[in-house]
Design a binder for this molecule. Structure first.
Ligand code: BV8
Ligand code: ZN
Length: 251
């Protein structure tokens, strides 16, 4: 059977769909990815900016880098890829969206109950006592705020290298990945762990694995089908197929 036919059949039979996204799905919203040739890691050093050591070494520099990313995000909108995923969520018995992204564009597009593996860039907390910092942040303010409880340094609620992922998030992500019958890995280089294990776990437990990425990645070898194109182009087409099949089932 050709790929298209098999994907159609898998969508028709799917009871438990899981989607894992990475920075690539936000590329068409104007948010830089990390490892593309013009990505963030080509301009900045992840060890200095996305690690606990980097924050301890120069917290003002880290704070200002996240303020810069918040400024970029403040003028970004969800794209057709985000909206297509939000429209899919009620078409299946079970549907789970897992993201590595910290931009919350999925939520702004209407996705519910998103599993955020690497936290989010919009919330902040105290580096010393972990108290949530809930005062409004002026994204143009270069000055890092201080904790109102202990005077400690305020940091974004993202997961840095060397930090454990939120236990409930990674546990849920692993369980859903094991139980998926149709799994989409979209816009991720699959180089960061433990997130990069998830599509392989899904495949090992019997899922049909679809990768949507203009480039090949370390999981392309496991994928049943690799669609080498942009998320904002492919996902509306896949949503259209899902919607038509759902309408047919209801007739
Ligand atoms: C942890 C900060 C343990 C947030 C980031 C094995 C097991 C466990 C850990 C490790 C392990 N091996 C190594 C590790 C350590 C490390 C790791 O994975 N290192 C890698 C580099 C080898 N992992 C960790 O440190 C993790 N912590 O496991 O802790 C622990 C346990 C107990 C106690 C203490 C510690 C933490 C990982 C999170 C790191 N945080 N950033 C932020 O500021 O954003 S990393 C960064 O990479 C982002 O978080 C991002 O989410 C993540 C993944 O990147 P992608 O989303 O894939 O983006 P990328 O640019 O790489 O790729 C984009 C893709 O899109 C490309 O393929 C491109 O082709 C494609 N694309 C482009 N345009 C489009 C497109 N696709 C579709 N459409 C388009 N238009
Ligand atoms: Zn504090």
């Amino acid at each position: 059977m050709d790929f298209a036919g098999e994907l159609l059949e898998r969508i028709m039979k799917a009871k438990n769909v899981v989607i894992l996204t990475g920075a690539g799905i936000s590329a068409e919203s104007g948010i830089s990815t990390f490892r593309d040739k013009d990505g963030l890691w080509s301009q900045f050093n992840p060890k200095e900016l996305a690690s606990i050591d980097g924050f301890m070494e120069n917290s003002e520099r880290v704070w200002q880098w996240y303020q810069y990313r918040r400024q970029v995000l403040s003028s970004a909108e969800p794209n057709e890829g985000h909206y297509a995923i939000a429209r899919m969520q009620n078409l299946f018995d079970r549907f789970t969206l897992i993201t590595q992204n910290v931009d919350r564009l999925h939520q702004r597009a209407g996705s519910k109950d998103v599993i955020e593996l690497h936290g989010n860039i919009l919330e902040n907390r105290c580096f010393s006592c972990n108290t949530a910092y809930t005062k409004e942040i002026d994204i143009n303010d270069k000055q890092m705020p201080r904790c109102e409880s202990c005077g400690g340094k305020i940091r974004p609620c993202v997961v840095w290298f060397g930090e454990a992922l939120p236990q409930d998030a990674i546990n849920r992500a692993e369980i859903e990945s094991m139980q998926a019958d149709l799994y989409f890995s979209i816009g991720t280089s699959s180089e960061v762990f433990p997130a990069a294990n998830l599509p392989v776990i899904a495949k090992d437990y019997g899922a049909y694995l679809v990768e949507i990425n203009p480039n090949r990645t370390s999981i392309t070898q496991y994928a049943d089908i690799h669609i080498p194109d942009k998320a904002a182009i492919v996902l509306p087409l896949i949503h259209g197929i899902m919607k038509n099949l759902d309408d047919m089932k209801r007739q």
